[in-house]
Design a protein around this ligand. Structure first.
Ligand code: SF4
Length: 267
């Protein structure tokens, strides 16, 4: 069995959600514009480092979805997102703070780690490079609002960055956040992950896989209404037994248990 960060985090968010997704094969339809745009933007970044025309690459990737029924939020539209994307690429290029040598080898790098006799763990790291001259592991994010920078050191608690640091053994990590707002902004957030955090993450993975393999899938969404994550969970119709709504939001792919690593390629 091959596990991934997304699988572990889905289980920790709500074990029932894990069962819906990975055992029963229910998957959210790929219709969220922000997610699809994120993937197109990441390919445009790849083009930028390969010294190709990144704006043209973004247009080409995003044009595939121009006439599709995507779900736009916060007043977004296909055109508005394209313009914001081009402005963000411009800003990123002007900042010139990230360097990636040999981009064909140092972008979207696959790492596999044996976690037990029968299980592997897989991760795809967005990039290895330098921020302002310091070598680090890099993750790209596109979002419609700024990431918080206070209190100081908050980024070191990000579980996905801890996971990537655990997978690679690299302590210096950077998140480059492309903020799509009226005046676009690129945030460069850097932190250091400690040995202790990496060790603890390894234990968390081991413990979570143990619970998954013991078939413990009781629902626990964690927080009470109105912050209850059930209200935004793609599987809420399944948990409420609303079969009529299920078909509009989800598709079923039997055998999903072996395809969990594919989630790592979704943005
Ligand atoms: S709707 Fe709530 S209980 Fe059901 S899978 Fe989602 S988070 Fe868990």
């Amino acid at each position: 069995m091959t596990y991934s960060y997304t699988q572990i985090s889905q289980y920790l968010n709500c074990p029932r959600r894990y069962r819906h997704r990975y055992l029963d094969g229910w998957q959210e339809k790929d219709t969220r514009a922000a997610m699809v745009f994120g993937r197109a933007f990441e390919r445009a970044l790849g083009a930028y480092f390969l010294r190709e025309d990144s704006a043209a690459a973004l247009f080409r990737e995003w044009a595939v979805y121009q006439d599709q029924q995507l779900r736009y939020s916060n007043g977004d539209s296909w055109n508005r997102m394209l313009q914001q994307g081009i402005q963000l690429l411009d800003r990123f290029c002007q900042d010139d703070r990230i360097r990636i040598r040999q981009p064909r080898h140092n972008l979207q790098i696959k790492f596999t780690r044996r976690v037990s006799e029968k299980n592997d763990f897989v991760a795809y790291i967005d990039a290895f490079g330098k921020l302002d001259g310091t070598r680090c592991l890099i993750e790209w994010k596109t979002t419609s609002s700024r990431y918080p920078e206070e209190p100081d050191g908050l980024l070191a608690l990000d579980p996905q960055l801890v996971c990537y640091s655990w997978m690679t053994g690299i302590a210096e990590v950077t998140q480059v956040v492309f903020v799509r707002k009226r005046l676009v902004e690129v945030q460069y957030l850097r932190t250091t992950i400690t040995d202790e955090q990496r060790q603890e993450f390894g234990q968390l993975v081991e413990d979570t896989i143990g619970r998954i393999e013991s078939a413990r899938f009781l629902p626990h969404s964690g927080i009470r209404f109105p912050q209850n994550p059930c209200s935004t969970c793609p599987y809420v119709a399944l948990c409420l037994g609303r079969q009529d709504v299920v078909e509009t939001a989800l598709v079923r792919r039997p055998g999903a248990v072996n395809l969990g690593w594919l989630d790592e390629l979704a943005y």
